[in-house]
Ligand binder design. Structure first.
Ligand code: CP
Length: 333
C-alpha cells in the first residue's frame, strides 16, 4: 500500500484485511517489525490523538518518527501558489514537503479544508497539491473531506461492540461555536455505508451534506447492502438507532460565510446530545464522537459520562488501526 488517503480508495475486502491485521497486532505484537523505519508527521493544523497515536504506534512497531508543526520551532509554511513571500512564512511547501519526505520512509500530512470554497474543498485542491510533492508512501491525517484513520478506528470499534452490521447508524449534526470541516462526517457515513449499515444523516436545514459526499457513500452502500439517506426529523431518525455518531460541521448552504453560518447555528443550541435523545433508540444504543468534543455544547456530560459513550475506545483504536496501516505500508519496503 503506497497511499492511505481515503477509505473509498480501498475495496471492502482490503478494509476487512486491515482490521484483521490490527486485531492480530494487538494479540501478537511485532515490536521489531518496522525497525529502522522513520515516519514523518507534518501537521498544518492542531491534533492530540492523531499526533500521539502515530508516534506511539510507530514506536510499538520498532520504528521512529518526527513531527513538524510549521511555525512552532520551524519556519512558517506558505501553501499558496504564486505567493509573494514577503510576510511571516519563510518556507514554501514546494520546498519544505519534498525536504521532509527525503528524511523518512513514509509521510503523514494533516491539512484541513480552507472552508471558503466548497467546490475546491470537495475536490481536495489544497491537499492534493501537497500530496503531489511527496514521492514516498503518504498517509492522510485529515484533509478537507477525508479522515480515513478515524473511519477505520470507528469501524473496528463498531465490530468490537458487536453493533449489528445492518444496524441503524445515525450521524447527527451537533452544535459548535464555529463551522468545522466535513472530513469526519464524510468519512463516517462512508465507513458505515461500506460496513453495510442503515445510515441516516440527521441535520437541521442548511447543513445537508453535499451531494458528492452522499453519492459516494451511496455507492459504498450499494456494495455492501447498506443504505444512506438524510432527514431533519430527529424522532424518526433516532427510533431504533444502534449508534448516534455526533459530529459538528459548517453550514453547507452558506459555506465560507462565517456570519451567516453563525446566525444559523445560534438558533440550534438544542442540537446537543442529551439523555432524552435515546428514549426511542435501541436500549444499548452507543454514542460515538471522534473527539475533541465540546461538553454541553455538542454532547452533554450526562451522555459522555454514561456507559453509552464509546469515545475512549474510538480514540484507543486510532492506535491499533494505524499500526496496521503502517505495517502494511512499510514492512516490506
Ligand atoms: N479525532 C482526531 O483526529 O483527533 P485529533 O484532532 O486530536 O488528532
Amino acid at each position: 500500500m503506497k497511499r492511505f488517503l481515503d477509505l473509498a480508495d480501498l475495496e471492502r475486502e482490503e478494509v476487512l484485511a486491515l482490521l484483521e491485521l490490527a486485531r492480530r497486532l494487538e494479540t501478537r505484537p511485532e515490536p521489531q517489525a518496522l525497525a529502522g523505519k522513520i515516519l514523518g508527521l507534518l501537521f498544518l493544523n492542531p491534533s492530540l490523538r492523531t499526533l500521539a497515536s502515530f508516534q506511539a504506534g510507530m514506536a510499538r512497531l520498532g520504528g521512529s518518527s518526527f513531527v513538524i508543526t510549521p511555525g512552532q520551532g520551524t519556519w512558517q509554511f506558505e501553501t499558496r501558489r504564486g505567493a509573494v513571500m514577503s510576510g511571516a512564512a519563510a518556507e514554501h511547501v514546494r520546498e519544505g514537503i519534498p525536504v521532509l519526505a527525503s528524511y523518512c520512509d513514509a509521510l503523514g500530512l494533516r491539512a484541513f479544508a480552507d472552508g471558503k470554497d466548497l467546490a475546491a474543498d470537495l475536490a481536495e485542491t489544497g491537499f492534493n497539491a501537497m500530496a503531489s510533492l511527496v514521492d514516498k508512501p503518504l498517509i492522510n491525517l485529515e484533509s478537507a473531506t477525508s479522515h480515513p484513520c478515524q473511519a477505520l478506528a470507528d469501524w473496528k470499534t463498531l465490530d468490537e461492540l458487536e453493533v449489528p452490521r445492518s444496524g441503524r447508524f445515525v450521524l447527527s449534526w451537533v452544535n459548535h461555536p464555529r463551522a468545522l470541516p466535513l472530513a469526519v462526517p464524510a468519512s463516517a457515513v462512508h465507513m458505515a455505508a461500506l460496513r453495510g449499515m442503515e445510515v441516516i444523516v440527521l441535520r437541521p436545514e442548511g447543513f445537508a451534506l453535499p451531494p458528492p459526499i452522499m453519492d459516494k457513500a451511496r455507492r459504498a452502500a450499494a456494495q455492501s447492502g447498506g443504505s444512506v439517506r438524510e432527514t431533519a426529523d430527529r424522532n424518526e431518525a433516532l427510533a431504533g438507532a444502534h449508534v448516534v455518531y455526533a459530529k459538528e460541521w459548517g453550514a453547507t448552504s452558506c459555506y465560507g460565510d462565517a456570519a451567516a453560518d453563525g446566525r444559523l447555528r445560534s438558533e440550534l443550541k438544542h442540537w446537543c446530545v442529551r439523555n432524552d435523545w435515546f428514549a426511542q433508540t435501541a436500549a444499548d444504543c452507543r454514542l460515538m464522537h471522534c473527539l475533541p468534543v465540546r461538553r454541553n455544547v455538542a454532547v452533554a456530560d450526562e451522555v459522555l459520562d454514561s456507559p453509552r459513550s464509546v469515545v475512549q475506545r474510538e480514540a484507543y483504536n486510532r492506535l491499533t488501526v494505524q499500526m496496521a496501516v503502517l505495517h502494511r505500508m512499510l514492512k516490506s519496503i
